[in-house]
Design a protein around this ligand. Structure first.
Ligand code: GUN
Length: 295
């Protein structure tokens, strides 16, 4: 059997960022508007620091303005809420992202709900969650949006396909299921209490793995020829003491069975930041009552 096609998120996201850069320069030249993204990081979580640095770099690279707010670990909740109120009112800021997880003394939901839904480029505010569930225009969370772009690029129309989403988080699993329903897939959401998970996954034409457990999904769980989107990014230690990034799917096995699969790294990961920039551009156009580009 031939090996699965490798769905290249690095390449796709680079092209998307090039397209976004063209729209940004047009906005600047024709309308004197520069999209601005504010990122708030509270504390020193090492993974979050890396993500936030990359977001800053990618934002400025395409000509947007990046506003970075790095706050100490013990910042009181009130101070974070006051900062968000200021960003909501700032006309130069079109997108606001508060990096998660937040320190334990801060109520994450309260912070999410403090963000103006029009600037909620993460799509986590209940207004956007509800709009997505209702199938109307919403800010869509970046990782599921990027995953859907890769799926449509590979498969074209998704209508009628059986999709299994493994994982029910608010950030990935639930919004992914909503997006696939909107594409007329038959969607199953599986999770830690699903019985006979392998049997459920085996029915799927599309598998989206978002459980955060290294290489949990095995090759013999897959329907031959299916398309696998691996959202997992897990760092595992090897016997020689070095570390390596792996997904939620056992790639070496899956590549022998699937029709196409996203690698880790280089699959969904780079799509997330590109979609954050896409959402910031869309928010900016809407806030300025300008036509929203079809990206
Ligand atoms: N932490 C991990 N993923 C995300 C994300 O998509 N958005 C935010 N704000 N924080 C995260």
């Amino acid at each position: 059997m031939t090996e699965a096609k490798r769905i290249d998120g690095t390449d796709f996201s680079a092209k998307l960022r090039e397209t976004l850069a063209l729209h940004v320069s047009e906005l600047r030249d024709r309308h004197r508007v520069i999209p601005g993204l504010a990122v708030v990081l509270v504390g020193k979580d090492p993974a979050s620091q890396v993500y936030v640095r990359t977001k800053h770099k990618r934002t400025t690279e395409i000509g947007m303005t990046s506003f970075m707010h790095t706050l100490p670990d013990d910042t009181p909740e009130d101070e974070v809420l006051t900062l968000i109120a200021g960003l909501n009112a700032d006309p130069a800021v079109h997108g606001i992202l508060v990096q998660l997880p937040l320190p334990k003394h801060i109520d994450t939901q309260k912070v999410i709900e403090a963000i103006d839904p029009a600037k909620d480029v993460d799509g986590f505010h209940p207004v956007n969650v509800g709009r997505l569930a209702a199938g109307i225009d919403a800010m869509v969370p970046c990782t599921p949006l990027g995953s859907l772009m890769l799926l449509k690029d590979h498969l074209g129309k998704l209508g009628g396909l059986d999709a299994v989403v493994v994982g029910r988080s608010n950030i990935v699993g639930k919004p992914m299921a909503q997006l696939l329903i909107k594409e007329s897939c038959t969607v199953t959401v599986a999770h830690s209490q699903t019985r006979d998970l392998a049997d459920v996954v085996r029915r799927a034409d599309i598998v989206v793995a978002a459980v955060g457990r290294p290489e949990m999904i095995r090759g013999d769980w897959l329907k031959p020829g299916c398309t696998v989107i691996d959202v997992g990014i897990n760092r595992v230690e090897l016997p020689d003491g070095t570390t390596r990034l792996v997904g939620d799917v056992n790639y070496a096995e899956a590549v022998q069975v699937a029709g196409a699969i996203t690698p880790v790294p280089g699959g969904v990961g780079p799509m997330t930041i590109a979609c954050l920039l896409r959402n910031t551009l869309v928010a900016c156009c809407r806030l300025h009552h300008l036509p929203v580009p079809n990206v």
